[in-house]
Design a protein. Structure first.
Length: 351
């Protein structure tokens, strides 16, 4: 494939029609998108075009066999109006890992980075300044070959679209610990950002919503004894002054925000214990007062404090603390992302 990206600019921008003070997450999109097709055994010429609907054959395999993977990342604008990306190579590595699990061809790193930066540069006016504001970036791949035989597709489309975003959740989150439904199982696709993983969560999550909970904390499919992750977040538990989180596995997504928080915690002198944790341990810690905090982490949510969890019909409230870990991590992470502090890790990249 050629690395030269053909850019077709939109005639007019939609940005003047957007109320940036009242955004619904993921419903407004910037003026352009990145598109690259896979045909004849290789990725074709990449393009940046005006954002527009796609035309797909009804027999496109994505509709029938779910060959679709995606990523979530963000661009941030600092006080000098410079725009920054956060750990973009990690997102490419993970989407290619997800793609491999679903028999989708890997996307080249150099084309991804060039296309990503060109797209964000072109739509940089959509990256609004101010803490909490960002441009949410969604790379994804779908199987487009028109054929309904049950086998991997021979044609795919790789796209990147962008959506201006504010804080994902407002206020604290209340969660229900899963006792019946499962998010993923050993040998499955839990570690991949496969579209179907999220579709399968919607029904049990809707049941939890009806009970007043925003998210489910999933447990292992075999016994439902071990805590894993929430619907859109990895989960951390502060027991006394130790930060505990489940290890990544073939069932648990290797969250980029999760990795960043673990690194920041260690460098802040906070004990980090990456290990399996039982629901019974969490319940006991809540009862004896050693459970100080629970919070989720993710690209969209960044860091979301969890104020209560429910298990077997019992509700466990988590008291608010001064100098809580979640606020410390969120501030340090945002300061790096918005170029307000040094970045000793090399996570931040200018476009």
């Amino acid at each position: 494939m050629t690395n030269t990206i053909e850019i077709t600019k939109a005639n007019t921008s939609k940005i003047h029609d957007v109320d940036f003070d009242n955004l619904s997450f993921g419903k407004v999109f910037s003026d352009h998108m990145f598109v690259c097709d896979f045909k004849n055994g290789e990725w074709q010429k990449p393009e940046i075009t005006p954002y527009a609907p796609l035309t797909l054959d009804p027999s496109a395999r994505v509709f029938h066999y779910g060959q679709a993977v995606f990523e979530g990342m963000k661009a941030f604008k600092d006080e000098a109006n410079n725009v920054w990306l956060f750990r973009p190579e990690d997102n490419l590595e993970r989407i290619n890992k997800s793609a491999e699990r679903l028999a989708i061809p890997a996307f080249p790193k150099d084309v991804f980075m060039e296309g990503l930066k060109a797209l964000v540069k072109l739509d940089e006016a959509w990256v609004q300044p101010g803490f909490g504001n960002s441009l949410y970036i969604r790379p994804f791949v779908i199987a487009t070959e028109p054929a309904i035989a049950a086998s991997p597709a021979l044609e795919y489309k790789f796209l990147i679209i962008c959506s201006p975003a504010q804080s994902y959740y407002s206020g604290d989150v209340r969660v229900l610990i899963a006792e019946q439904f499962s998010r993923s199982a050993n040998g499955g696709v839990g570690y991949a950002k496969a579209a179907g993983n999220y579709a399968a969560q919607f029904y049990p999550t809707s049941l939890a919503n009806q009970e007043g909970f925003q998210q489910i904390i999933w447990t292992d499919a075999d016994t439902h004894e071990f805590l894993e992750e929430a619907g859109t977040m990895n989960v951390f538990f502060r027991i006394n002054d130790t930060l505990v989180t489940a290890p990544t596995s073939e069932r648990i997504l290797d969250g980029i925000t999760r990795k960043s928080i673990i690194q920041i915690a260690k460098d802040s002198g906070i004990a980090v214990d990456v290990r399996p944790i039982k629901v019974s341990e969490l319940v006991e810690a809540s009862k004896n007062g050693s459970l100080k905090e629970v919070f989720g982490s993710g690209t969209a949510a960044v860091v979301s404090p969890i104020s209560a969890f429910s298990y077997k019909g019992d509700l466990f409230e988590i008291p608010k603390m001064d100098n809580n870990f979640s606020s410390i991590f969120k501030e340090k992470l945002l300061n790096i992302q918005y170029n307000k502090s040094e970045d000793p890790y090399g996570w931040r990249q200018s476009i």
